[in-house]
Design a protein around this ligand. Structure first.
Ligand SMILES: NC(=O)c1ccc[n+]([C@@H]2O[C@H](COP(=O)([O-])OP(=O)(O)OC[C@H]3O[C@@H](n4cnc5c(N)ncnc54)[C@H](OP(=O)(O)O)[C@@H]3O)[C@@H](O)[C@H]2O)c1
Length: 267
């Protein structure tokens, strides 16, 4: 069933980032009442000002998604302000670029905390409110790396695979409560992501500036929420890679391995 967004009460994490800002604007334009969350309070307040200027009903809740108290404050403040919750968009995320053999346990844990445990535990707190919501939905921003693990993105790939798997399990479970789950699988996007990497050691240059425009991605995300899509892949490169991998997995792996050997031939 098509989802009407006007009047819905929502939480959006990672709102200060490239994709998050664009989603925030698209949701507010669709009439959503929105709590915006991330660590950077100044960036959130600036965003809130621009959203209010276009008529948005916006709540700022500075939040470190890895902190249990912050997650609870975010859900409590949103429910108090809007009287309930209909939409949770788990968008906050970080990455790390470099091979596993030279990475650290700290990077592994930090990526999992932000990309997996943060959204999962936030959803745990949100579910009792979503169950009482109006056509409620959990929306998870995963990645192309959540459907195909990529070299130099081991922690990131693992965290996004985990979130994809959790989304699939939730989809079955949450039908009991009438809560939908939308899994978003974007490819390369020209956001602030490349500048926030915990590590930048991979040999392959990633041309973030050639990626999708966040505004275009956000428009697709809003359509996916309205259409109540189960899973949507965004971006030509991601669609090509995942389709090729589905039909020719051995060839895909062989091509990837050949590229890695070439890049690291002198090491
Ligand atoms: N860019 C791409 O190519 C691409 C492709 C596929 C999927 N994605 C996914 O899209 C989502 C948005 O990423 P983006 O591209 O917009 O990157 P971005 O510009 O770096 O934004 C990331 C957002 O996450 C927030 N964040 C990071 N750590 C956090 C924490 N501990 N607590 C709360 N918020 C935190 C950041 O805000 P603060 O620093 O203020 O906390 C920021 O708002 C991520 O889940 C990412 O994995 C991105």
């Amino acid at each position: 069933m098509q989802r009407e967004l006007s009047g819905k009460r929502a939480i959006l994490t990672g709102a200060s980032g490239g994709i998050g800002r664009a989603i925030a604007e698209a949701l507010v334009k669709a009439g959503v009442r929105l709590a915006i969350a991330s660590r950077n309070a100044d960036a959130l307040n600036q965003l809130a000002e621009s959203l209010r200027a276009i008529g948005g009903d916006v709540l700022v809740v500075p939040t470190d998604i890895t902190k249990p108290d912050d997650r609870k404050r975010l859900v409590d403040a949103t429910v108090e302000k809007f009287g309930g919750l209909d939409l949770l968009v788990n968008n906050a995320g970080i990455g790390s670029h470099g091979h596993f053999a030279t990475s650290t346990p700290e990077i592994m844990r930090q990526v999992m905390e932000v990309n997996f445990f943060g959204p999962v535990e936030l959803t745990r707190l949100a579910i009792p409110h979503l169950m009482k919501g109006n056509h409620p939905v959990v929306v998870n921003l995963t990645s192309m790396c959540g459907r195909k693990g990529m070299p130099a993105w081991p922690e990131y790939s693992a965290s996004k695979h985990a979130l994809v798997g959790m989304s699939e399990a939730w989809r079955g479970e949450f039908t009991r409560f009438g809560v939908d789950v939308v899994t978003l699988v974007p490819g390369l996007t020209n956001s602030g992501f490349g500048g926030q990497l915990l590590r930048r050691d991979g040999k392959l240059e990633i041309p973030f500036n050639e990626g999708m425009k966040p505004v275009e991605l956000a428009a697709g995300i809003v359509r996916a929420i309205q259409k109540n899509s189960r899973e949507v892949v965004f971006g030509g490169e991601a669609k090509r890679l995942l389709t090729f991998n589905r039909f020719f997995p051995r060839l895909t792996n062989w091509l990837i391995a050949r590229k890695v050997k070439k890049l690291y031939a002198n090491q």
